[in-house]
Design a protein around this ligand. Structure first.
Ligand SMILES: [Zn+2]
Length: 399
């Protein structure tokens, strides 16, 4: 995954070089590289907090709210505005001091009250000239309290759980010589927990996720993710689902890789995307596409992260800006802001190129659309507080 990402970065930026030449104070030859935050003689492995990570202890770390859910092993590029220098400096200083930053999704209501689940992340690379940095999710943690003045949070690390990995804890020593099948059925008899079937169920569900997403992500990449184990796969698949940030946060909170995969599976199946506000149909799942060098998460000002879905064609939209090449996410493509034809909600961007194939595609912001599986879930959820939906609507309108 890392390797692939490096290739993506290089590919994108080589092509971007000419375009960026005009930027003042910008060294185009270095544009494709981030400067490492750490000095050559600093070794992240030696930080004293590393020991506590293993012990699932608690500690204070700098905290940063972002408009995204960051999963462990997820790379999160961030771009800051000039008025955010203080935050930028604080995060870089943290990388030097102890290596970690607590990232939490700032627009999830649950994160307003303690405790909530966040992601301990490390600054992988940073470039002070461009105010950009790249963070990588490392571990889930629970935020127990925070100190606003210092911008720090007191967190406890959460363990990664895979059901089959729990097995030995429930078995007497003599069963070591048993076959795996016998061990699982013995554990089921002792605990009443379905050890004997859960592993196969998770494997089966993971393979179904692969089946749903292979057209978009590619079979090989999915298989590689699966080969890295259920925990890694559960986070990988959580980054790829078609839903909103609340759902992503609920996946982050799942106690085990097994239940996370099961929960993510239904969001891998998408049939139709509709405008979140007026429900005008915008696209069908067969329009979802993937560019070779696509990264799914993009960042613009204020540390905002926009997760977009790429589509070959959409309906019910209007253009709301002139084409522009400025700060384009896709080299050689100009972007045009697009809105819903019915309610003029911002949907995302249309991308057009004179030189590249495809000549035209669309990037839809996931927050602006509602997928049919979200709607089905809301229908199921009859007990929900009726004020909740009207509240979230007014939040959107105030944007
Ligand atoms: Zn609309």
């Amino acid at each position: 995954m890392n390797q692939e990402n490096d290739q993506e970065l290089n590919g994108v930026n080589n092509d971007n070089r000419n375009e960026r030449d005009h930027l003042e104070g910008f060294n185009p030859s270095a544009a494709h590289r981030f400067d490492y935050t750490l000095q050559d003689n600093e070794n992240r492995e030696n930080y004293k907090n590393e020991a506590k990570l293993v012990d699932y202890g608690t500690n204070w770390f700098p905290i940063c709210g972002v408009s995204a859910v960051c999963f462990p092993e997820q790379q999160l590029p961030m771009k800051f505005d000039e008025d955010e220098q203080e935050l930028y400096d604080r995060l870089v200083a943290s990388a030097r001091a102890n290596g970690f930053v607590v990232l939490f999704p700032s627009d999830i209501r649950e994160c307003d009250t303690l405790p909530y689940v966040a992601t301990l992340s490390k600054v992988v690379q940073a470039n002070p000239q461009t105010f950009s940095m790249e963070l990588m999710g490392v571990h889930r943690c629970k935020v127990l309290s925070y100190n606003l003045e210092n911008g720090e949070a007191f967190v406890q690390l959460l363990p990664e759980v895979e059901i089959p990995a729990l097995l030995p804890k429930h078995l007497p020593k003599y069963s070591r010589r048993y076959s795996m099948y016998e061990r699982r059925s013995l554990a089921t008899r002792i605990t009443g927990y379905p050890f004997d079937s859960l592993r196969d169920i998770s494997r089966n569900q993971a393979e179904q996720c692969c089946l749903e997403l292979k057209g978009m992500i590619g079979e090989e990449i999915l298989q590689q993710a699966l080969n890295r184990g259920l925990t890694y796969f559960s986070y990988f698949i959580s980054q790829q689902i078609f839903s909103n940030r609340e759902t992503e946060y609920s996946l982050l909170k799942e106690d085990s890789a097994n239940t996370r995969i099961a929960a993510a599976l239904k969001y891998c199946k998408v049939s139709i995307g509709k405008c979140r506000r007026c429900f005008a149909p915008i696209f069908l799942n067969e329009n979802i596409m993937r560019l070779p060098e696509q990264t799914m998460t993009h960042v613009i000002a204020h540390g905002f992260v926009h997760k977009i879905t790429l589509l070959s064609s959409i309906t019910n939209y209007v253009r709301a800006s002139a084409p522009s090449y400025e700060f384009t996410w896709f080299p050689d493509y100009a972007w045009i802001i697009i809105q819903c034809v019915g309610c003029h909600q911002h949907l995302g961007w249309e991308y057009m190129s004179m030189t590249r194939e495809p000549q035209r595609f669309f990037g839809i912001q996931r927050e602006g659309v509602q997928f049919e599986n979200d709607i089905a879930e809301e229908r199921d959820d009859d007990n929900s507080d009726p004020t909740e939906s009207s509240d979230s609507l007014s939040d959107e309108e105030s944007d």
